[in-house]
Each structure stands twice: as C-alpha cells, then as structure tokens.
Design a protein around this ligand. Sequence first.
Ligand SMILES: Nc1ncnc2c1ncn2[C@@H]1O[C@H](COP(=O)(O)OP(=O)(O)OP(=O)(O)O)[C@@H](O)[C@H]1O
Ligand SMILES: Nc1ncnc2c1ncn2[C@@H]1O[C@H](COP(=O)(O)OP(=O)(O)OP(=O)(O)O)[C@@H](O)[C@H]1O
Ligand SMILES: [Mg+2]
Ligand SMILES: [Mg+2]
Lengths: 263, 263
Amino acid sequence: KTRVFTVANQKGGVGKTTTAVNIAAALAMGGLKVLVIDLDPQGNACTALGVDREELAGMYEVLVNEQLLSQVVVKVAGFPNLECAPADIELAGAEINMVGFVSRESRLKLALEKFLAEREATGTRLDYVIIDCPPSLGLLTINALTAAEEVLVPIQCEYYSLEGLTLLLKTLQQVQQMLNQKVRISTIVLTMFDSRTRLANDVANNVREHFPNELIDVPIPRAVRISEAPSFNQTVMTYDASSPGAVAYMTVAREIARRGSGE
Amino acid sequence: KTRVFTVANQKGGVGKTTTAVNIAAALAMGGLKVLVIDLDPQGNACTALGVDREELAGMYEVLVNEQLLSQVVVKVAGFPNLECAPADIELAGAEINMVGFVSRESRLKLALEKFLAEREATGTRLDYVIIDCPPSLGLLTINALTAAEEVLVPIQCEYYSLEGLTLLLKTLQQVQQMLNQKVRISTIVLTMFDSRTRLANDVANNVREHFPNELIDVPIPRAVRISEAPSFNQTVMTYDASSPGAVAYMTVAREIARRGSGE
Ligand SMILES: Nc1ncnc2c1ncn2[C@@H]1O[C@H](COP(=O)(O)OP(=O)(O)OP(=O)(O)O)[C@@H](O)[C@H]1O
Ligand SMILES: Nc1ncnc2c1ncn2[C@@H]1O[C@H](COP(=O)(O)OP(=O)(O)OP(=O)(O)O)[C@@H](O)[C@H]1O
Ligand SMILES: [Mg+2]
Ligand SMILES: [Mg+2]
C-alpha cells in the first residue's frame, strides 16, 4: 500500500521543504518508488530537486482545472525512483480561486486516488507520496491533509515553533472530523538543531516529553551544507552524502520506512 | 506625518516578526511613538512584546466585524512609546472568510485611517506604524500592502530567499496598480547573516547589486540572543541591549528614521 505523507507546519522556515526533499531522496536512494508533490507556490521543492517548473503545467492545473496528475508528474534527474509534481506560479492564487469550488478541500485527494489506481494497474505502484506544503493552514494545506494518511511535522528547535503547534493540532482535528478520519501525525522531526544552545535543547526536551511516540529522536543538525545544496539544485543527499545533515536525514528516512513495515 | 510600514516576505522564517518588533522597540526607545499591528494568526509579534492575546479582541474583529482599531490597541509593558494591536487566533480563518466581503482588500486601510485621524485630533499622533505579516500573499498581506506607504522586506541570507522576491514584486505591482499607488519598497534588511559562509556573502552581494538604494547595508547577524529573547517575552533590545544583534537592529532603526526625515 502506498504511504501518503503531508509535510506540514504553518510556522514559516522550519524546514518543511528541506525535510520533504531529503527524506524523499533518501527513500528513493534505498530503492523505494517516491513521488514529491510540491504544493507551495514558491516551488522550493522543485528547486531542490532540479525540476524546472517554468515550462511545465503543475499542481494549479490539477487542483483548479482538473488536469490529470499523470500529465504533470516528471522524473527527477539522477534518481531512477524519484518523481515530482511541480508547483506552478499560479498556485499563489489557488487559495482565493478555490474558495467557491465544489469539494474544494478534496480536489487533491480525488486526483491522487485516480493517479495511484492508474499506477497500480500498470504495475508501477508507488511506495511513498510526500506532499510539501506552504507555511499556512489555508486550502492548499487542507487539501494535503485531506489527501494523506500520515502527517510529518518538522519542528525547528526555536521558541516560536512550539507556539504554532496548538493551531496545527486544532486544524488537524477539524480535518479528521469532517474530511479525512484516517489522517494522523505519525512522524515528528527536529530540525536546525544546534546542540550548543540551551534553547535548542529546551525545545527538543519539550518535544520528547509531549510527543514521545511520534518523534524520531535523531535531530537534524543546523548545517551549512544543507542550506547550500539548493543553490546547486540538489538535495544534501547527493550534494554531500557523508555530511552530518545527510547522515541524519538518511537515518530518519530508514526509521520512517521501518515504522511503516511494522504497521 | 505618520510613516506606515508593512514588513512582508511570503518566504517563511526569514525574520519578519523579529525585524518588526526589534525595529519598533528601537524606534520607541528613541522616543518615537510606535504602533505594531500583528496580522499573523500565529501572533509571534505579541509573544515578543509580552502582549497576552488570549484575553483580548484583536485584528480579526477589526477586519471582519469592523471593530474600531482604538478598541483593540494595548500598551506594551516597559515601553512608554510602544503599543500593539494583537492578532487573535480567529485571524487564521480571516483569509477564507473575507473573500466575499465588500472592499475586502481595504479594510485595514480604512480602519487605520480612522485611527490615525483620532490620534491626530487628540494630540497623540503616532510617528510609526509597523505591520507584521504572515508568510503568504493572501488577503491579510494584501490588506497590509494597501494600508501602508512603505514596505520593509527582510531577506534571509539563504538561497531560497532570492527566489521568492519575484513573486513579491509581482504582487506589489498589482497592489500599486489597483489598490494603493503610493506603496513602495523603501527598505531592505539582510537577516541571519553568518559572515563565515560563502552562501550568506553571495546572497548579500546579490542584494547589494539589485537593490542598492533600498538596502540598509548593516546585516543583522545570526545570533542566539535574538532567538532566545521571545522565550522571555522580550525583544533582544531589552533582553540583551549590548549584544551584536541588538546593536545591529538599533543601527538599522536609526537609518530608517534618518531616511524618513530627509524625505
Ligand atoms: N538543518 C538545516 N541546517 C541549516 N539550514 C537549514 C536546515 N534546514 C533548512 N535549512 C535552511 O533554512 C531555510 C528554511 O528551510 P525550508 O525552506 O526548508 O523551510 P520551510 O518550512 O519549507 O519554509 P517555508 O515555510 O517558506 O515553506 C532554508 O534556507 C534552508 O536551506
Ligand atoms: N538574526 C537572527 N539570529 C538568530 N535567530 C534569528 C534571527 N532572526 C530571527 N531568528 C529566529 O529565526 C526564526 C524565524 O524568525 P521569525 O519568526 O522572525 O521569521 P518570520 O519571517 O516572522 O517567520 P514567519 O514566516 O513564520 O512569520 C525565529 O525562531 C527567530 O527567533
Ligand atoms: Mg517550504
Ligand atoms: Mg512572523
């Protein structure tokens, strides 16, 4: 069965995109078939995966004009098992445009179900779908929460990150009650962890206490190699595979896969 | 004349809130009368200013229920010249709720004009209004761009930050054409600058080349004292006034004030 993850946290700059693309790359390097869906109008996931979104039709067409997902998915160069559905620039207007639409929250879910069924029928079943979200709890993120069964929440080891969690949990509860009973937070990852600061350790301990089951306790270190990689249109997994950041993401990806096989 | 600034950048986590509250605090410490408007549903500006938003009516009431701004503005403890209009939690739903409203983009502008006129009439004129925005280009940020005459864009010294600028400039152009001819980017501030990395220096040089007039070339260093301050409900200006981060923000605030007096 294909595992569908949404990477969500409305707090900005906490490492959603970085976590989505590096987990996807690590899983794909391990031989699993992975699709990244970029739902952020900024298209940062496309940048990190080297996907040129200027030329391509993207997720706006799928959500607003009912284009088939199979029409927009492209292969990611350098990865035999990794594909991407790009975010086109019009996606910025999708939130306002979609407000009056029929089943506005379930458009992604319907498009993805159709796509996964096609892949199953042609024997090219996907193992993972990873959806990168913008920093908001608007219709794009709601679509992602409705389409997924698992939520991966990156938590930056900074003070503001904890504040935003209540709002995220409240929104998730509404989605569970009205749109998708199955979705749950299955995975929490600590990002930009600087072990030298008291603040980072305080935040990490706080998360260990409140989310012991969901947390994968392998903090992703703050590492300049991670933030340099996108400027070379790469993930850190290929940019510097033996760096502390890449090793941490590989370990987290292995734990995600291990947890899934037990379910 | 009251200067109205919007602090905007749809890229998440680039230092919008940190810049808004520290510039506001620095200007207020210099004797200028300042109001911070928190338009981000996360309410991070309220946290940094020690304003308890749970109990208070906030910006949702002003935008959606036409509550007077003077009814929601509160004084910030410890600063004789600093006030804040808090973001209430319902603000998260404002973007969707306001789509069908009459003059949905100008609600903040009308509320602010009324408030500034009252203050003028009672002899308590404000010198600065600083509006903190969420990480998106939706109706909340559009309201802020319509209400302001100046835009302050914080640019984090990381690769993704440059990518988002085109979208911001495009949106600003639309606002200038249809909603507010006066608004312009007057100020750019470099944030989280780590002088040891090539990436930070590349981004800074790129901004110096493309925005020489708007840039205040005093990069705000990445400094743990800055990110610790909100956990004590303070800005770094009071938490550690002699730290490199506070000194940099004070220098930038002085330059903003100097440029204004020349206009
Ligand atoms: N572990 C890390 N070490 C150093 N830099 C990092 C790390 N993780 C992410 N970054 C950098 O921090 C910035 C924010 O990360 P990223 O863009 O992935 O966050 P995001 O949550 O997707 O942001 P947004 O809310 O805008 O979508 C980026 O410039 C990224 O390169
Ligand atoms: N110069 C700095 N040095 C170190 N940490 C910083 C600096 N500026 C901001 N931070 C920290 O980085 C994080 C992001 O900053 P901030 O929340 O101000 O960004 P933002 O653009 O307002 O985010 P959002 O897009 O969610 O509104 C916060 O945890 C903040 O404390
Ligand atoms: Mg992102
Ligand atoms: Mg903010």
